[in-house]
Design a protein around this ligand. Structure first.
Ligand code: ADP
Ligand code: MG
Length: 242
């Protein structure tokens, strides 16, 4: 079953000589439980694509369907509801609320989706436990490491059991040890059947995906289906030595 589908997706900025085709005729189908990695040089349109897929931005042309339902032309209210309940975002720079504790950051998602305070707190605690941060529930983000902050951001993204998690360079601000923590977390999500789209520069993350898309100048220029344990295969594809 296709969870997320994009057809002829286009997003441009500017006009005339300054026109930038940030996303240029992209078609995409993400199946339930599939992890799709998106790679490509800086400025090729990865973030723009992810923002369109998640309803953070609207395309100039094309359609986006989430579980068969059009979201590209939904009303602002309907789109906001979709973002709150059906989509989980993970950003490179975490985007946590600095004045809220770890558990408050996570439960806020559930509260905003209309769950009771008690149920929201219960769910947030459970998720912090799952990401290995039960003992940091009352900490402010400023008292946590980058890797811990990103794990909280992942817990927040999962709070409402989204149809799809969209992650934009989730390890881009992390050191190597924290990258491995977050990598393992995404692998667990994948194993549990969470549908994922991950934009990444990190071949180790991309190697955990079922499919790798390569973008250039707004377009998907290559698509490779990966099989389990493909780090070597991917390294070869990307021109790395093992
Ligand atoms: P990536 O995430 O792959 O680095 P982006 O999606 O951020 O690429 O950007 C794709 C292209 O669109 C770039 O040329 C960028 O400068 C341009 N772009 C992105 N957002 C805007 C914006 N809000 N206004 C104008 N140009 C933008
Ligand atoms: Mg980007």
């Amino acid at each position: 079953m296709t969870v997320l589908r994009a057809r002829n997706l286009q997003k441009h900025y500017g006009k005339g000589d300054g026109l930038v085709r940030a996303v240029d005729h992209v078609d995409l189908d993400v199946a339930a439980g599939e992890t799709v990695a998106v790679m490509g040089p800086s400025g090729c349109g990865k973030s723009t694509l992810l923002h369109l897929l998640g309803g953070l931005d609207r395309p100039n042309e094309g359609e986006i369907l989430l579980n068969g339902r059009r979201i590209d032309n939904a009303s602002e209210n309907a789109l906001a509801r979709t973002r709150r309940t059906d989509i989980g975002f993970v950003f490179q720079s975490f985007h946590l609320m600095e004045e809220l504790t770890a558990v408050e950051n996570v439960e806020l998602s559930a509260l905003m989706a209309g769950h009771s305070p008690r149920a929201s707190r219960r769910r947030a605690r459970q998720l912090l436990d799952e990401v290995g941060l039960a003992d940091r529930a009352q900490f402010l983000p400023s008292a946590l490491s980058g890797g811990q902050r990103q794990r909280i951001a992942v817990a927040r993204a999962l709070c409402n059991e989204p149809l799809v998690v969209l992650a934009d360079e989730p390890t881009g601000n992390l050191d190597s040890a924290a990258t491995i923590d977050v990598l393992q977390l995404f692998e667990q999500l994948h194993e549990r059947g969470q549908t994922l789209v991950i934009v990444t520069h990190d071949a180790r993350i991309a190697a955990t995906a079922d499919r790798l898309l390569t973008m250039r100048d707004g377009a998907v220029v290559d698509e490779t289906r990966l099989t389990g344990g493909t780090t070597g295969q991917l390294g070869a594809l990307l021109g790395f030595e093992e």
